[in-house]
Design a protein around this ligand. Sequence first.
Ligand SMILES: Nc1ccn([C@@H]2O[C@H](COP(=O)(O)O)[C@@H](O)[C@H]2O)c(=O)n1
Ligand SMILES: C[C@@]1(CO)OP(=O)(O)OP(=O)(O)OC[C@H]1O
Length: 160
Amino acid sequence: MNKFRIGFGYDVHQLKEGHEFWLGGIKLEHEKGAFGHSDADVLIHVICDALLGAANLRDIGHHFSDQDPKFKGIDSKILLAEVMVLLREAGYEVGNLDTTICLQLPKINPHIPTMKKCLSEVMNVSENEISIKATTTEKLGFVGRQEGVSAYCSALIYSV
Ligand SMILES: Nc1ccn([C@@H]2O[C@H](COP(=O)(O)O)[C@@H](O)[C@H]2O)c(=O)n1
Ligand SMILES: C[C@@]1(CO)OP(=O)(O)OP(=O)(O)OC[C@H]1O
């Protein structure tokens, strides 16, 4: 019988002028971009954390340290692909993911189909199993002030 496990991820990155804005594996055109040790793709980071957590494999920083120059500016799609290797080596497959991006601007809805296609290809998981949603915080807090972007992910995995 398949064993089902759930996982959860949460992450925040600062938004700053003069940085690229990578989100869900694609580059958005915006006056500010996300800042981090990697490309700061907060959506991919929460997916990694939710999958690692579900498999009890620690977290993204444990596998890809923000102190390691090897990961400086790295494309987070590479990290997600590596997480999928770890997950499958541990004997699991992805059931489904449900994510929420908290971002005041820009609007994410027009980009969701492209993000889903991109993540589906990186993970080798059907687009139907990848849900991406977005919300503002009604101009409240660091998201509302456009100082940062946060995201959440719930993941279901099952043993194969
Ligand atoms: N960056 C965002 C934020 C929100 N959306 C979409 O707009 C809807 C309304 O947002 P509220 O914060 O007022 O609830 C939301 O449900 C999303 O569909 C978006 O595309 N990009
Ligand atoms: C991805 C890593 C590694 O480059 O760096 P950041 O882009 O800073 O991301 P974060 O989610 O803060 O932590 C994970 C890090 O290990």
